[in-house]
Design a protein around this ligand. Structure first.
Ligand SMILES: [Zn+2]
Length: 376
């Protein structure tokens, strides 16, 4: 198998792109959606079932894994792929975003971040160098630069100051990552909703040079309209011959809008987390399985979906097991949601390759606008 990391673009339609990322652990078809396996598991799913939904790559969280069971322990046990029984590519985040969002007690300096664990209150430090070390111990295929991401809204000076520190951290991440054939390091563009700061950040990253480029600092409370306005220019500032990854997005219509604007990769906990709370994503919008309208309904969630939840179970059954808090509820609804997300990705890849993305997008929105089937 090829031992290098590479990206080839096969077709574009408008700004939308489709291609393939090649890694020693297999190919990633783009645009790609990455399910999130926070604590070395996509909750409620066996890895082979995640693969069966069509996922080529998973995301792992550095913050959670460094605290429990620790990167050193995972390394001793053969690395994250063997540990969690997922042999295909894994992308890990840098830990920075979750330190900012999950820990109350933290101190940020030029050196890095000192924080207290949300699990047991123990004190830890993360820096560009330590984040690179942890992601190397995990055996991650795609490593993310350590950065800081201010919550929005934030004033322009704060966003500029934070972005410039993240660019210094990007250089330190690049230096600490070193030369690791077959493994990729992605830089992360910051700059909030400010076009000139996004441009300054992209220029700094291009000067350093990365294997791929992420768009960070979005999906942090700005809303879809502001996110799309930023995505109207932010991906264009990044190299066309490298993958572009929009971090932490999103709902199905966010994903379609991002791909339309030139994004190649995304990740989000939404399909898996929602599966555990009874929220179901379908071609015809979102439905809540705990709603009483489903309790006598013998029909599947979506008669056109061939996931196990739709092929073998009724809405009435799924409503019942959700209400009864049976574990199979999380398993089936997560499977359906991940399956639906991957169907969207496959649909977009095919449409872009065939030069009919606009028509595909119009159908996508028309089906959603029609709403769920009438109650029985
Ligand atoms: Zn289904």
């Amino acid at each position: 198998m090829d031992k290098t990391f590479s990206f080839s673009l096969n077709a574009t339609d408008g700004k939308a792109r489709t291609g393939v990322i090649s890694t020693p652990r297999g190919e990633i078809r783009t645009p790609a959606f990455m399910p999130v396996g926070t604590a070395a598991t996509v909750k409620a799913m066996l890895p082979e079932n995640v693969r069966a939904t069509g996922a080529d790559i998973l995301l792992g969280n550095t913050y959670h894994l460094m605290l429990r069971p620790t990167a050193e322990r995972i390394d001793r046990l053969g690395g994250l792929h063997d540990f969690m029984n997922w042999e295909r590519p894994i992308l890990t985040d840098s830990g920075g975003f979750q330190v900012m969002s999950l820990t109350a007690l933290r101190k940020i300096t030029e050196q890095g971040v000192r924080f207290k664990s949300h699990i047991d209150g123990s004190v830890h430090e993360l820096s560009p160098e330590r984040s690179m070390e942890i992601q190397r111990l995990l055996g991650s295929d795609i490593v993310m630069c350590f950065d800081e991401c201010p919550a929005l809204p934030a004033d322009r000076d704060r966003i500029a100051e934070s972005m410039r520190m993240s660019m210094r951290w990007a250089q330190r991440s690049r230096d600490a990552f070193g030369d690791r054939p077959g493994h990729a390091l992605f830089g992360i563009q910051q700059g909030g909703l400010e076009e000139d700061l996004r441009g300054e950040s992209a220029e700094a990253l291009r000067g350093i040079g990365f294997d791929g480029y992420a768009i960070g600092g979005l999906a942090v409370g700005e809303g879809q309209k502001a996110m799309f306005e930023t995505l109207d220019y932010a991906p264009d500032m990044l190299p066309t011959d490298k993958p572009r990854y929009l971090m932490g997005v999103g709902k199905p219509d966010d994903i379609v809008g991002a791909v339309k604007r030139g994004v190649d990769m995304m990740d989000c906990v939404l399909p898996s987390r929602s599966g555990r709370t009874g929220q179901v994503f379908t071609r015809r919008g979102v439905l809540n399985i705990k709603n009483a309208r489903h309790q006598d309904d013998p029909r599947p969630i979506d008669e056109h979906c061939n996931c196990p939840a739709c092929a073998n179970y009724s809405r009435a059954y799924l409503h019942h097991v959700f209400r009864a808090q049976e574990i199979i509820s999380s398993m089936l609804l997560t499977w359906h949601n991940l399956h639906y997300y991957q169907e969207i990705m496959q649909g977009m890849r095919d449409a872009i390759a065939a030069g009919r993305f606009a028509a595909w997008e119009a159908d996508f929105h028309a089906e959603r606008a029609a709403g769920d089937i009438e109650p029985v």
